[in-house]
Design a protein around this ligand. Structure first.
Ligand SMILES: [Zn+2]
Ligand SMILES: [Zn+2]
Length: 173
């Protein structure tokens, strides 16, 4: 499998590096980093001061050169009625997205205390592995250690590991 990472807007090198390394280690896939893309027209919702995740998924699918493509942005994303999302993918689609914006939250929910670099890096790795898992057809997993566990806050992200559990592995690897 070939996964193309599509950076959207300014994105620190460390994010591209960790995302790429997480995907390679879990899926044993080829990973390329696409040229950076501008934020898609019409993605910004001025009332919410957030961006629509769907537009980034569409951009990843349209510009990415991989069988699976993941947009990565530092901007805050939302989807439908959810206040925010760390990431989004359609089941078995070829596009997906993650946002690093809220992965910088400290585990008590505040922004004041920035998490140590390796905690942030681990979250980035887990979220890209999670969204690519959805594009491979995996749904959420009840095992809270599994990377496919639903993690609406950084607390759950920090509990899970970056790997697929045995049952999820059997479905895709
Ligand atoms: Zn999910
Ligand atoms: Zn699992």
């Amino acid at each position: 499998m070939h996964v193309d990472i599509v950076p959207v807007g300014d994105l620190p090198a460390v994010v591209k590096r960790e995302a790429s390394s997480g995907l390679r280690s879990v899926y044993d896939c080829e990973v390329t980093i696409h040229d950076g893309q501008p934020i898609p027209d019409g993605a910004y919702d001025a009332d919410r001061e957030q961006y629509r995740a769907e537009e980034f998924i569409e951009l990843a699918g349209r510009t990415g050169s991989g069988e699976k493509n993941i947009a990565i942005t530092a901007h805050d994303l939302y989807y439908r009625r959810r206040n925010y999302v760390f990431g989004l993918a359609y089941l078995s689609g070829n596009g997906s997205v993650i946002s690093t914006y809220r992965l910088q939250t400290s585990s008590d929910g505040g922004f004041s205390e920035r998490p140590a670099g390796d905690i942030f890096a681990d979250r980035v790795r887990k979220e890209v592995v999670h969204e690519i898992g959805h594009t491979l057809g995996l749904e959420h997993c009840d095992n809270n250690r599994c990377v496919m566990n639903f993690s609406p806050t950084v607390r759950e992200v920090d509990v899970k590991e970056e790997n697929l559990c045995g049952s999820c592995q059997r479905l895709v690897l």
